[in-house]
Design a protein around this ligand. Structure first.
Ligand code: SF4
Length: 334
């Protein structure tokens, strides 16, 4: 709980009247849209995910970066494009997640990008597989002003870890995490807050008690046990844990599987934020990994223009009318 409060405090510290007012009008337009069943959209994105790169060192089975299965181009975000986005959004952006697909630390200027956003007064966060947390990168991370670092670690032994993080070395993750915590303490810093994220699957659920003990021993700020999104869940999967508390899916009683949560014709994410790929494509959310629903391209147009264009409006309208007609929304627990 303590970590959540420290993170919330940092988030609030970056708020301004303009950002808070923007958040309020976004929420108001979301509620009105739901009531009237018509997409009304005031305000600008309050959160963004920006993809530093699609490159990744691992081969995780439920990830198109890992499977090398993207149909969209792969590459690295340019500093110019990033500056342009930050310049346009800094007045109302309350949360920037510098991650979408790929491993962010493979971007050669990754920590410079974080510094840039931090200097613009934006709360920053990222996710990593922690294979590149050497001393130089750790020091740069501590200097960058990053507020939250989510580290993916889905096993406490190499054998189980590599079941999902194919090609990964658990010893590197543990070393990098240990170094980060040690140097943060030595430098007497509070940030970045370290969140250890454990994607619970049928292969690793038996290690939950051990990961809890280990996280406590290491002194990580928070451990998150997260359910795993599975692309083809209808016929079951070895990735679905036995303990359905950690599953997004349940049996339908006829030998098939279905989403646990009832799909409703709404989506707050569609009103509050967007995802931008390394080459500037604006996609609705992180479920659109291959960029199937591109709303426009920053660099060619401003985000503000894209955010209110006809394509976005039609997409939001479809969410309100019948969300199940949108392919990515069928497997979403939002
Ligand atoms: S998949 Fe659809 S419902 Fe889910 S967050 Fe994205 S747009 Fe919203």
């Amino acid at each position: 709980m303590k970590n959540k409060w420290i993170t919330i405090r940092a988030y609030l510290y970056h708020l301004s009247f303009k950002k808070a007012a923007n958040f309020f009008v976004l929420y108001l337009s979301f509620m009105l849209s739901r009531a009237l069943k018509k997409p009304i959209h005031w305000g600008f994105p309050t959160t963004l995910s920006i993809e530093p790169t699609t490159s990744c060192n691992l081969r995780c089975p439920e990830c198109p970066s890992g499977l090398r299965s993207f149909t969209r181009p792969t590459g690295m975000l340019s500093e110019n494009l990033f500056k342009q986005i930050i310049g346009e959004t800094k007045g109302y952006l309350t949360y920037l997640h510098l991650y979408f697909q790929g491993e962010p630390y493979l971007h050669p200027q990754f920590t410079d990008l974080v510094s840039l956003a931090n200097q613009a007064g934006i709360f920053t966060s990222t996710s990593t597989n922690a294979h590149y947390l050497n001393e130089e990168n750790v020091q740069k991370t501590l200097d960058s002003g990053l507020k939250q670092l989510i580290i993916s670690m889905d096993g406490i032994t190499q054998e189980i870890y590599q079941e999902y993080r194919v090609g990964g070395k658990l010893s590197k993750v543990k070393e990098g995490l240990g170094l980060l915590l040690k140097l943060r303490e030595e430098r007497n810093l509070l940030f970045p807050r370290i969140v250890l994220q454990f994607l619970v699957t049928g292969q690793n659920e038996h290690q939950i008690p051990e990961i809890k003990d280990w996280a406590k021993e290491m002194g990580v700020d928070e451990l998150q046990l997260k359910s795993t999104q599975i692309y083809h869940f209808e016929n079951g999967s070895e990735l679905i844990p036995k303990d359905l508390k950690y599953s997004r899916y349940i049996s339908d009683g006829n030998g098939k599987w279905k989403l646990k949560k009832k799909i409703e014709n709404k989506c707050w994410r569609m009103w509050q934020g967007a995802v931008i790929t390394w080459d500037g494509r604006v996609v609705p959310c992180c479920f659109d990994k291959d960029g199937y629903y591109v709303m426009g391209k920053v660099g060619e147009q401003t985000l503000g223009k894209i955010w209110k264009n006809d394509k976005y409006r039609a997409f939001r309208n479809q969410i309100l009318e019948d969300r199940k007609q949108i392919e990515i929304c069928k497997n979403c627990t939002e």
